[in-house]
Write a protein that binds this ligand. Structure first.
Ligand code: PHB
Length: 397
């Protein structure tokens, strides 16, 4: 393909989801030029439902770097969670234990704030492009080719290419097999997720363990609630009537003394569970960030937070690469980011296996899980471990 338009930039970013957009925002503030390209339209991204919990430092980076303070105005601060098991609820008090909170603020709103901030600041973000391909990552001038929505072919020539192109990343396949390690874990269950037009059933999130399986009661606004229950990965959402969904959720929550407020169900889908890491997170002048490099199961809502943590470290290290010709900081980025990635992999795996019921679980397995939950919630050391990991380790470490 012959490129008709050639642009020189310092950092070419593939993917303009929250990770790609926050990176270009932070780079612009540091005086580094970038162009981001994204195959989806702005609208398509805005219509994707993702998790809704931000760690304290994810909130801080949005506010302090001048993206927006809407997260503080429209979000809801949560100072703890309920762990429900063995017939009753047990509160984990984040403020009391570690002096930190989380913010309930959907990923879609994070994306909107970032896209608006890039538009406000004159950032170069191209949505709805096609035929994106990455070339020459082992050279000093890696390139990204793409076709714009009008069918015009473009070439971006950069100092560094960042793959922030999500869990089905094409960029990560640019790292030769001999230069990468991939780690996977599958789970024998999934989440059935719904949105319902109803008032909140509880002031904080409920992580509900029950012999019938896990359920999570989350929220979006005063009138829209997000709930999930553990299901078979092969479950078809269309086989579930509203009544059947409510009876499943009420049964699981009822086991621990809760009653949910019901309303019309406006969205239903099955979310797969997977743990994945590709190491290292760089090759030549290509680096990976966010879901392109790693996936966590959704229990604990770490996916977006981990992506934003990658980008905070990456922005710092890229400032050192640009204009100096030395690519060593890309290796430093990978090492620094992977430290947090593996701690988060452990946390997400641990929350998942502690709270979900395996399809072949024996009564022993269920009682042992209740023992673990009791140990955790009745011990200051145990609760502090959970509170610290859930609200996020400080300093992007
Ligand atoms: C959500 O609100 O979508 C959510 C909250 C907490 C989780 C996972 C998902 O652990």
């Amino acid at each position: 393909m012959t490129a008709t338009t050639r642009t020189r930039t310092q950092v070419a970013v593939v993917g303009a989801g929250p990770a790609g957009l926050l990176l270009t925002h932070l780079l612009a503030r540091a005086g580094v030029e970038s162009v981001a390209v994204e195959v989806r339209s702005r609208r398509e991204i805005e219509e994707t439902h993702r998790a809704g919990i931000l760690e304290q430092e994810s909130v801080d980076v949005l506010v302090e770097s001048g993206v927006s303070d809407r997260v503080l105005r429209d979000g809801y601060r949560h100072d703890g969670i309920e762990l429900a098991f063995g017939g009753t609820g047990h509160r984990i008090d984040f403020q009391g234990l570690v002096g930190a909170s989380t913010q309930l603020y959907p990923q879609t709103d994070v994306f909107v704030d970032l896209a608006d901030a890039r538009a406000r600041d004159g950032g170069d973000v191209r949505f709805g492009v096609t035929e994106v391909s990455v070339h020459d990552v082992e050279s000093e001038t890696p390139r990204v080719l793409f076709t714009d929505p009008d069918g015009v072919a473009h070439e971006l020539v950069a100092d560094v290419v960042v793959g922030a192109d999500g869990s089905r990343s094409h960029c990560r396949a640019q790292v030769p097999e001999t230069a990468r390690r991939q780690y996977f874990r599958e789970y024998p269950f999934a989440w059935f997720g719904i949105l319902t037009e109803a008032p909140p059933s509880a002031p904080e999130l409920i992580y509900n363990h029950s012999p019938q399986g896990f359920a999570l009661i989350s929220s979006r606004t005063e009138t829209l609630q997000r709930m999930y229950f553990q299901c078979d990965p092969a479950e078809n959402p269309d086989d579930w009537s509203d009544d059947r969904i409510w009876s499943e959720l009420q049964g699981r929550l009822g086991a621990n003394g809760y009653t949910l407020k019901e309303g019309p169900i406006t969205s239903r889908s099955v979310l797969p569970f997977r743990s994945f890491v590709q190491e290292p997170m760089h090759h030549g002048r290509l680096v990976l960030a966010g879901d392109a490099a790693h996936t966590v199961p959704p229990t604990g809502a770490k996916g977006l937070n981990l992506a934003l943590a990658d980008v905070r470290v990456l922005a710092e290290e890229l400032e050192r690469v640009i204009g100096k010709g030395d690519a060593a900081p890309l290796e430093t980025y990978s090492e620094r980011a992977l430290g947090r990635v593996w701690k988060t992999q452990h946390f997400s795996y641990w929350m998942t296996t502690m709270l979900h019921t395996l399809p072949d679980a024996s009564p022993f397995d269920v009682r042992r899980q209740e023992g673990e939950l009791a140990l955790l919630s009745s011990s200051v050391a145990g609760s502090t471990y959970l509170a610290e990991a859930y609200t996020g380790w400080p300093g992007a470490r």
